[in-house]
Write a protein that binds this ligand. Structure first.
Ligand code: NDP
Length: 301
């Protein structure tokens, strides 16, 4: 964990910087060892099939990073690249093929999909046992009920960061800014569970929330996932809060989070940087789910 230089007497305490890149690297190393042990004991080598439709440059970079991470962890990865003109039926056919291909353990459909394709129909078509993103309603339901098959990658990555920085989550007030299916809702669902790095009192805030700053200022743990650059200002943060910034926004050719980081480090007790915070953890959790998917399909778990 990196730290800023110790503050002088008259400057405020500077937050612990939660180094997601280093934490994710450690987890990926552990996973690589687990993969080799699993394969040596006769298990299948985990295989992730990624589907990329169209030529969105950011999506292409994300998929390439995921593929590379798979390979570095000793897993197999296959990329299915389809043109932006692909029809919904063609994409559904590919998903069905991957569902029934016994050599594929995890299926990842990179979002967003082109506008003419109904995203939910595609995600629902992925067989739950290969749904390593944990988007399928069956897996979301199991997760909400506290008996997860897979854990959602970005929210679980945030949980791992909270654990790594020693945040006391049990009994804390966690405020989740954002209610998307990918981040906000599953994040809140994980934090409210009975269990480790959970047992929080959770508030979910969104664009219709009144008196937002009043609510965020009550947060012992603040998770920002709204997609608005530097939206969370220092006056919205309780002194000593742990701040997890999920946002990835491009501002003047730079990547910035949803939190005004330079201001927030003087008020939070710990904070994730952007880049290098939550992003690398999402990929590490995807790898974790892919190993689990292989075990599930080998009938080991
Ligand atoms: P969505 O756009 O799907 O959701 C944004 C949420 O923020 C919505 O619930 C919206 O409310 C809420 N919101 C928007 N504006 C405001 C506002 N002014 N005040 C309060 N709430 C607001 O985004 P995602 O959840 O998919 O992603 C959020 C951010 O996280 C993005 O920057 C994205 O790039 C990043 N991200 C990062 C990942 C990583 O690996 N680090 C992974 C996934 C996402 P409402 O529902 O009312 O519209």
């Amino acid at each position: 964990m990196t730290r800023f230089p110790l503050p002088s007497k008259d400057t405020p305490v500077t937050a612990q910087i939660i180094d997601g890149k280093a934490i994710a690297a450690r987890i990926r190393q552990e996973l690589a060892a687990q993969v080799e042990t699993y394969v040596a004991s006769g298990g299948s080598r985990p295989h992730l099939a990624a589907v990329l439709v169209g030529d969105d440059p950011a999506s292409a970079v994300y998929v390439r990073n995921k593929e590379r991470a798979c390979q570095q962890a000793g897993m197999l990865s296959t990329l299915h690249r389809l043109p932006a003109s692909t029809t919904q039926e063609e994409l559904l056919t590919l998903v069905q093929q991957l569902n029934s291909d016994a050599s594929v353990h995890g299926i990842l459909v990179q979002l967003p999909l082109p506008k003419h394709i109904h995203e939910t129909s595609i995600l629902d078509a992925v067989t739950p046992l290969k749904d390593v993103d944990c988007f399928h309603p069956e897996n979301v339901g199991l997760m909400v009920q506290g008996r997860p098959r897979f854990l959602p990658c970005t929210p679980h990555g945030c949980q791992e960061l909270l654990a790594a920085c020693g945040a006391k989550v049990d009994g804390a007030h966690a405020v989740v800014l954002g209610r998307s299916e990918i981040v906000g809702k599953p994040m809140a669902a994980l934090l409210v569970q009975k269990g480790d790095v959970a047992n929080a009192t959770v508030t979910i805030a969104h664009s219709r929330t009144r008196n937002l700053a009043e609510i965020t200022r009550q947060a012992d743990i603040l998770i920002a996932a709204i997609g608005k650059p530097n939206f969370v200002t220092a006056d919205m943060i309780k002194p000593g809060a742990v701040v997890i910034d999920v946002g990835i926004n491009r501002l003047n050719d730079q990547l910035v989070g949803d939190v005004d980081y330079p201001a927030a480090i003087d008020i939070a007790s710990a904070i994730t940087p952007v880049p290098g915070g939550v992003g690398p953890m999402t990929i590490a959790m995807l790898l974790k789910n892919t190993l689990r998917a292989a075990r599930l399909q080998d009938n080991v778990d």
